[in-house]
Design a binder for this molecule. Structure first.
Ligand code: HMG
Ligand code: MG
Length: 284
C-alpha cells in the first residue's frame, strides 16, 4: 500500500487574500466548487478576519454560503479572534485555524499584537471550539525567517508550536511565510522539532518565493511529515509580508508525490482545470 499524503488546499484563502483586484464572490465560489471536485479532504475556503486589514476576505460568509459542499471534504477558515470564530461557525465552516508567529515582528504586523497576546486571544476560540466539537489547526509563521526580524531559530518555532498544541490544536502547520526556507534550514528545524513533538502533528506550508518549496517538502517527507498545504495555481502571498510569493502549486506537489509513489487521492486533470481558473483570476 502506498503511503498516503494529505494535501490541504489553501488557494481560496492564502491564494486570493493578497490579490490586488477584488475578486467577485461568484468567482471565489466557482474556484472552491472546482476544487471540491478534485478529491481534496480539506479546502481552506476563506478567512474571518477584519475587512479593514484584508479587504479581499470581506465576503467570507457569502463565500461559505454559496459553495456546493462535497461529502468527504472539510471546509476550513482562518479565525484570528472570537469574533471571527463565531462568524465562521455561523457561516458553517467545518474547522478553523488560529495563526501565530514564531517572530515578534510578523506577529505585530500581521495581527497587531505580541505572540503572548495572540495566545491569550486564541484561548476563548479553543474553549468555544471544544464545546462545538470543532477542530482547530494552528499555524506558526516565519519558521526560518521573518520579513521584519530576520533569522528565526528552531527554538522560537518549537516554543510557539508547543503552546498551540497544549491549548488543543490538532495539527501545527509550519509556515515558511516568505519562502526563505532552504532544505538545510528545514532539516535543522525538523530535527529539533521532532525531539519535542511527534512529526505526525506537523504540516508543511511553504511559499515558493525562491523555488525551493518542493525540495523543502521532500525533506519533510524524509522526516515523516504527511500533510502539506498548497495553493492551486501557485497563487498567493501575505499582505503583511511584502515580497512573499505564492504557496507551492498544488499540481506540482501532487505530481511530485505521484512520482515518489505516494497516494493523495487527487484527480490531477481536474486540479489542472481549477489551476487554469485560479490563474485567470490573478491575471484579470
Ligand atoms: P485590530 O485592529 O488590532 O483589532 O486588528 P480590533 O479588535 O481593534 O478591530 C478593528 C476592527 O476590525 C473593528 O471594527 C473590529 O470590529 C473589526 P471597527 O469597530 O473599527 O469598525 N474586527 C473584525 N471584523 C471581522 N472579523 C473579525 C474581526 N476582528 C476585528 N474577526 C486583527 C486585529 C487580528 C482583527 C487584525 O489584525 C486582522 O484581522 N488580521 C488578519 C491579518 C491576516 O488575515 N493576514 C493574512 C493571514 S495570515 C497568513 O497569510 C500566514 C499563513 O498563510 C501562514 C504562513 O504563510 O506563514 C497563515
Ligand atoms: Mg501562507
Amino acid at each position: 500500500m502506498p503511503d498516503h499524503v494529505r494535501i490541504f488546499e489553501v488557494g481560496p484563502r492564502d491564494g486570493l487574500q493578497n490579490q490586488e483586484r477584488i475578486i467577485s464572490t461568484q468567482d471565489k465560489i466557482k474556484l472552491v466548487d472546482l476544487l471540491s471536485d478534485c478529491g481534496l479532504s480539506h479546502i481552506e475556503t476563506t478567512s474571518f478576519v477584519s475587512p479593514k486589514w484584508v479587504p479581499q476576505m470581506a465576503d467570507a460568509a457569502a463565500v461559505m454560503k454559496g459553495i456546493s459542499r462535497r461529502k468527504g471534504t472539510k471546509y476550513a477558515a482562518l479565525t484570528p479572534n472570537l469574533k471571527g470564530y463565531n462568524a465562521a461557525i455561523d457561516a458553517g465552516v467545518d474547522e478553523v485555524a488560529i495563526f501565530a508567529s514564531a517572530s515578534e515582528g510578523f506577529s505585530q504586523k500581521n495581527i497587531n499584537c505580541s505572540i503572548d497576546e495572540s495566545i491569550i486571544r486564541f484561548e476563548p476560540i479553543i474553549q468555544q471550539a471544544k464545546i462545538d466539537k470543532c477542530n482547530v489547526r494552528g499555524y506558526v509563521s516565519c519558521i526560518t525567517d521573518c520579513p521584519y526580524d530576520g533569522s528565526v531559530t528552531p527554538e522560537q518555532v518549537i516554543k510557539v508550536a508547543l503552546r498551540l498544541l497544549d491549548m488543543g490544536c490538532y495539527e501545527i502547520s509550519l509556515g515558511d511565510t516568505i519562502g526563505a526556507a532552504t532544505p538545510e534550514k528545514t532539516r535543522a528545524l525538523l530535527s529539533s522539532m521532532s525531539n519535542y513533538m511527534p512529526v505526525e502533528v506537523l504540516a508543511g506550508h511553504f511559499h515558493d518565493t525562491n523555488d525551493r518549496a518542493l525540495e523543502n517538502i521532500q525533506v519533510c517527507l524524509e522526516f515523516g511529515v504527511r500533510t502539506f498545504d498548497s495553493a492551486v495555481g501557485g497563487l498567493g502571498g501575505c499582505p503583511y509580508a511584502e515580497g512573499a510569493k505564492g504557496n507551492v502549486d498544488t499540481v506540482s506537489v501532487a505530481k511530485l508525490l505521484r512520482e515518489m509513489n505516494f497516494e493523495t487521492g487527487l484527480d490531477i486533470d481536474k486540479l489542472e482545470k481549477a489551476s487554469a481558473f485560479a490563474r485567470s483570476l490573478s491575471e484579470n
